[in-house]
Design a protein around this ligand. Structure first.
Ligand code: UDP
Ligand code: MG
Length: 139
């Protein structure tokens, strides 16, 4: 295993509910270093671009509406095995199936409004980091 980078975003539901601090604390307690972080509100076209891989799925329009309803907090994270480790700390996409102690078990409302995003593979981590951060942010 080696030090790896991944992309994460605290979604609009959790930012609006004031849960960002507790989610960040769980991420940091799990051993991640925050390399870069900022708050922004996605435009409709940015949300469509970010989730382009899901554009033919039945939940796509709802997902775009949700992800643009308010600000999100985007982060570049670093840790050994960061991509897999973050997915573990997040828990399953559907909070009803998420393990005890995971972020989604604790804060997600349902399979759509599930409080956090994390990249699922090295190639997507790279693409998603570059979507939000410049090379100079990630030194
Ligand atoms: N999503 C949804 N309905 C579904 C599956 C996913 O609304 O049946 C939303 C949910 O917000 C999820 C996002 O679409 O986090 C991306 O889906 P993916 O399968 O990539 O899940 P993730 O990687 O976020 O666990
Ligand atoms: Mg995904």
């Amino acid at each position: 295993m080696s030090v790896e980078r991944t992309f994460s975003a605290i979604k609009p539901d959790a930012v609006a509910a004031g849960q960002a601090g507790e989610i960040l604390a769980m991420i940091q307690k799990a051993g991640f270093r925050i390399l870069a972080m900022r708050m922004l509100r996605l435009t409709d076209s940015e949300a469509r671009g970010f989730y382009a891989v899901h554009r033919v799925r039945p939940f796509f329009e709802g997902l775009v509406k949700f992800m643009t309803e308010g600000p999100i907090i985007v982060m570049a994270l670093e840790r050994e095995n960061a991509i897999g480790a973050l997915r573990e700390v997040m828990g399953a996409t559907d909070p009803a199936k998420a393990a005890e102690g995971t972020i989604r078990k604790r804060f997600a409302s349902n399979i759509e409004r599930n409080c956090i995003h994390g990249s699922d593979a090295p190639a997507t981590a790279q693409t998603e980091l570059q979507f939000f951060f410049s090379a100079a942010d990630l030194l």
